[in-house]
Design a binder for this molecule. Structure first.
Ligand code: SF4
Length: 86
């Protein structure tokens, strides 16, 4: 499933540059993750990079965007044509 950023976000921007899919941007109130771009880091890393760097632990799994590993890999392939998943 995609990850999301909760309203605990302090807009420090630490996660934005870490996302391999460029899914994170500054929203109106705090940073946001585009669910159609987040692969939960599947294809790139074993752990979610945004969650790893967030100082207030506000990058969490989004229960409203549940996806299987296969679906995440398909999203990875669509977003990163020609790139092999790690
Ligand atoms: Fe980006 Fe990975 Fe965070 Fe998803 S889990 S928003 S792909 S850094």
């Amino acid at each position: 499933m995609a990850f999301k950023i909760t309203d605990d976000c302090i807009s420090c921007a630490a996660c934005e540059s870490e996302c391999p899919n460029k899914a994170i941007s500054e929203g109106d109130e705090f940073f946001v993750i585009a669910p159609d771009k987040c692969t939960e880091c599947v294809g790139f890393f074993a752990t979610q990079q945004c969650a790893a760097v967030c100082p207030v632990d506000c990058c969490v799994a989004d229960e409203e965007h549940k996806e299987t590993k296969e679906q995440l890999l398909a999203k990875f392939a669509k977003l990163n044509p020609g790139k092999q998943p790690k």
